[in-house]
Write a protein that binds this ligand. Structure first.
Ligand code: UDP
Length: 491
């Protein structure tokens, strides 16, 4: 337990500078604090600390600034975050993050001096392997936190650490850490991963940081023991250190099926529609009849993909909510233009109640937890994946970047809760394909019915994992207990 000293810090967290990392770290801080009473500090660059302040972070979290000047690293002024950056700039942001090591070290020395002892642990992002050195110097331990799932993260780590890969034919390759029967495909790699040859700057960054992170004391993972048995088994064998699956990092109400309240810790972005209006619209439709479409916090699709998706949706005649942004080639901040869709599309969808187009940002948790939502067409980002699975909502995958295609492969092959519509932006899709996949997945019988049953089973496992009633503890609660005991005893 934490000391009585109000300024005491038990755990120092260090997330990477992106929403998809800051928010799960904040959720992890909540989870650990509620379980242990630990006082937690989150360290980051000034603008990200400002952003975390805006998330109404609770009083037991101390937010600590690490000085950072993006212009010193060839980035535009005030660039401290991946949002709206080109791929090249994201690469530069990653490389520049190594400059945080010295200020982070000084910050830790300051904490040690003030409280007379080091914090119990540092919890750092996979991309900040240098935190292991800092932990050693100040006599604490570094725990890596994976914001992704076990299978996807292992594939991502193995991809970077084992270049070049053994090709088994033109399109397929093996990844160390996975059984030989498990083949990966070149089309599952984002363009910059396809180009990686072992000597480029991406590879140098990832190889240095990921291999250092593997020297950590252990790994916290936002997943659940029962839903990723293969991924966790392989990850443990590959890393050879303790892996604690403590997920899902979701509001408790979402897991107990109680209505979501405004007090829930959520991403503060102003939605294109209020949660109440979304719920009213969903109330008009039957159980499991609505398809929800969203590609995460920052993705969009090409103009032709957008058009084919719109035509396919209209032809399918299935109700849908679509979080829509300007297509690739236009600023995401631009006003949405109706010409990007079929003529009269939005009007027809609105008048017939077939579709609700939400500009830029939707209240995703309210949508996924509504009984009318039956399936989720998404990019297989891990947060969206866990949010969908926790509600027993089956998935149509359209992976775009990072480890998303590996998540998609696991959702299709291991869990059986998803089908993949397409990958990335290279391949054209036809409206006919879109219509067929939607019809197949939304069907209550056949494959759609089978996917639904499997998704509901996964949701049951997820709810059981967070059970904490007397002696009845779910696997994620036990993993959290194990983690706390390990950092206290360093065994
Ligand atoms: N999100 C949301 N509304 C949107 C789009 C995204 O609330 O319109 C949230 C979503 O609930 C999830 C996060 O943003 O928690 C996206 O995270 P994910 O890991 O799925 O994808 P990323 O944005 O990191 O690619």
């Amino acid at each position: 337990m934490s000391s009585n000293d109000d300024n005491h810090i038990d755990v120092v967290m260090l997330p990477f500078m992106a929403h998809g990392h800051l928010i799960p770290f904040l959720a992890l801080a909540n989870q650990i604090h509620h379980h242990t009473g630990f006082k937690i500090a989150i360290a980051n660059t000034p603008l990200n600390i400002q952003y975390l302040h805006q998330q109404n972070s609770p009083p037991w979290i101390t937010l600590l600034e690490l000085p950072f000047n993006s212009s010193d690293h060839g980035l535009p002024p005030n660039t401290e975050h991946t949002e709206d950056l080109t791929l090249d700039q994201i690469g530069r942001l990653l490389v520049s993050s190594v400059s945080l090591k010295t200020p982070f070290h000084n910050l830790l020395l300051d904490i040690v001096q003030k409280q007379g002892k080091p914090p119990l642990c540092i919890i750092s992002d996979f991309f900040f392997g240098w935190a292991v050195d800092v932990a050693n110097v100040v006599n604490t331990v570094n725990i890596t936190f994976s914001t992704g799932g076990a299978y996807g993260v292992l594939a991502y780590v193995s991809f970077w650490l084992n270049l070049p890969h053994r090709k088994t034919d033109g399109e397929e390759f093996d990844l160390p850490g996975f059984p030989e029967t498990c083949k990966f495909q070149v089309s599952q790699l984002h363009e910059f991963m396809r180009k990686a040859d072992g000597n480029d700057s991406w590879t140098r960054f990832f190889q240095t940081q990921l291999s250092s992170s593997l020297q950590s004391f252990g790994l916290l993972c936002n997943t659940v023991e029962e839903i990723e048995p293969l991924g966790l088994d392989l990850l443990r064998k590959y890393t050879k250190f303790p892996v604690w699956p403590i997920g899902p990092l979701l509001p408790k109400q979402l897991l107990s099926k109680s209505p979501l309240s405004a007090t829930v810790q959520r991403v503060a972005k102003s939605p294109g529609i209020s949660a109440e209006k979304c719920v009213q619209w969903l109330d008009l439709h039957g159980v499991d009849s609505v398809l929800y479409i969203s590609f995460g916090s920052q993705n969009t699709v090409s103009p032709s993909h957008m058009m084919e998706l719109a035509i396919g949706l209209e032809k399918s005649m299935k109700p849908f909510i679509w979080v829509i942004r300007p297509p690739l080639g236009f600023s995401l901040k631009a006003e949405f233009r109706s010409e990007w869709l079929l003529q009269g599309f939005e009007d027809r969808m609105t008048r017939s109640n077939q579709g609700l187009l939400v500009k830029n940002w939707a209240p995703q948790l309210e949508i996924l937890s509504h009984a009318s939502t039956g399936a989720f067409l998404n990019h297989c980002g891990w947060n969206s994946t866990m949010e969908s699975l926790s509600q027993g909502v089956k998935i149509i995958g359209w992976p775009m970047a990072a480890e998303q295609a590996f998540n998609s492969k696991m959702l299709v092959e291991e869990m059986g809760v998803a089908v993949e519509l397409t990958r990335g932006i290279q391949r054209c899709i036809s409206s006919e394909e879109v219509k067929e996949v939607i019809e197949m997945v939304m069907d209550e019988e056949g494959k759609g019915g089978d996917m639904k049953r499997k998704a509901e089973k996964i949701a049951e496992h997820i709810r059981a994992a967070v059970k904490d009633e007397g002696n009845e503890k779910g696997s994620s609660i036990k993993a959290l207990d194990d983690f706390v005991s390990a950092i206290k005893t360093r065994k």
